[in-house]
Design a protein around this ligand. Structure first.
Ligand SMILES: [Zn+2]
Length: 297
C-alpha cells in the first residue's frame, strides 16, 4: 500500500519515534498573557511535565535502551534546566519548537526568523550543537518556514502530515527532509481537557487511546512506514497513561523489525538513502499556492 517504502537500517520493517513536545506552561502564558500567572491550577498541570513526567519518561527509556527526540520551546529550556540536563545526560536529541510556542503564521517573515534564531541560540548554548530539526508550535508551519529552516541549516522538519513515509520539501532555496505524522498520533485529542487552554475533550481511557496509536503502528510495520508519536509530558506522562505507553513500547520491541531512533538519526538515514539513490522520495514543491484560492471571479 506504500509505493516507495524506505530501506530502513538492518532490514527493519519500519521506523518508529516517540517525540515528546515539552511545552510546559509556555502554552498558558501565550493564551492568557494578562493573567496567566494567577492560573495556578493550570500552571501546576503543565509543570507536571518537566517536574514529574520527564524523570519518569527518561527512566523508561533507560530501561528499554531507547534514545529519542524532545521538542522543547527555548523558553522552557531556560525555565526548566534540570529536565533538560537529564535529557542531555542520557543522550537524547533536543530539537527546536519555537521560542515560547509562538505562532509563526501570525508574524512577518522577519519576526519568524527572529524567533527561530533566538531558539537556535538557546539550543546551541545549552546542548553545544545547533538544532537539526524543527516542529512548528501547534503545527503552525508557515509559507516562510521551509526557506527559513533551509537558511538556518536545518536537516528536517516534523510538522507536516503529507505522507506515511519521509518525503522532501523543495523550494527555490533548497530542500528539507519531512518526517511526517498526523493528529491520529497526537495525544491531545484523546486526553487534553483544560478550560484554561480552551481545549475540552471527553478524556479517553489510556487503553482506548493506546489502541489507536497501536493500530497506526501495526499498519506502519506491515507496510514499511514511519511511525512518529506526537505526545506531551504533561499529557502522556501521567501515571496510568505512561504505564500504557510502557506496555506499547514492550510490544513494539518484542514484535521485532522496528528501528526506534531519534528523528535526527532517521533524517540522516533518509538523507543518505536519497543521496545514494536507494530511496526515491516524493517531492512536495512549496509553497503549494502563490495566490489565494477563491470561487469569486
Ligand atoms: Zn507544542
Amino acid at each position: 500500500m506504500i509505493s516507495n517504502p524506505v530501506p530502513w537500517p538492518n532490514g527493519a520493517r519500519c521506523a518508529a519515534a516517540i517525540t515528546l513536545d515539552m511545552d510546559a506552561d509556555s502554552l498558558l502564558h501565550l493564551a492568557h498573557p494578562k493573567d496567566s500567572i494567577s492560573r495556578v491550577s493550570a500552571i501546576s498541570m503543565l509543570r507536571y511535565g518537566p517536574e514529574v513526567a520527564i524523570p519518569r519518561i527518561l527512566e523508561t527509556y533507560r530501561r528499554f535502551g531507547l534514545r529519542q527526540t524532545f521538542f522543547v520551546p527555548a523558553w522552557c529550556i531556560e525555565q526548566y534546566p534540570r529536565a533538560i540536563e537529564a535529557m542531555l545526560a542520557d543522550g537524547h536529541e533536543i530539537a527546536h519548537h519555537g521560542y515560547i510556542h509562538e505562532n509563526p503564521r501570525e508574524g512577518t517573515r522577519e519576526e519568524q526568523h527572529y524567533w527561530l534564531k533566538r531558539g537556535i541560540e538557546v539550543i546551541e548554548r545549552t546542548t553545544g550543537k545547533r538544532p537539526r530539526g524543527w516542529r512548528a508550535p501547534l503545527y503552525n508551519f508557515s509559507d516562510h518556514s521551509t526557506d527559513l529552516l533551509i537558511e538556518e541549516g536545518f536537516v528536517y522538519d516534523a510538522s507536516l502530515m503529507g505522507d506515511d513515509v519521509p518525503y522532501v520539501l523543495h523550494t527555490g532555496r533548497g530542500e528539507l527532509i519531512e518526517l511526517p505524522s498526523h493528529w491520529g498520533l497526537d495525544d491531545w485529542p484523546p486526553y487534553v481537557h483544560s478550560l484554561d487552554l480552551d481545549y475540552v475533550m471527553q478524556v479517553m481511557a489510556p487503553e482506548r487511546a493506546i489502541e489507536g496509536f497501536e493500530a497506526e503502528f501495526e499498519a506502519m510495520w506491515e507496510h514499511g512506514g514511519l511511525w512518529v508519536a506526537i505526545w506531551h509530558p504533561f499529557v502522556s506522562g501521567r501515571l496510568a497513561r505512561w504505564r500504557a505507553v510502557e506496555r506499547l513500547i514492550g510490544h513494539m520491541l518484542a514484535k521485532g523489525g522496528v528501528w526506534f531512533a531519534p528523528l535526527e538519526d532517521i533524517a540522516a538515514h533518509v538523507r543518505r538513502c536519497v543521496d545514494d539513490g536507494s530511496y526515491e522520495p516524493r517531492v512536495d514543491h512549496l509553497p503549494y499556492y502563490s495566490a489565494p484560492v477563491s470561487a469569486t471571479r
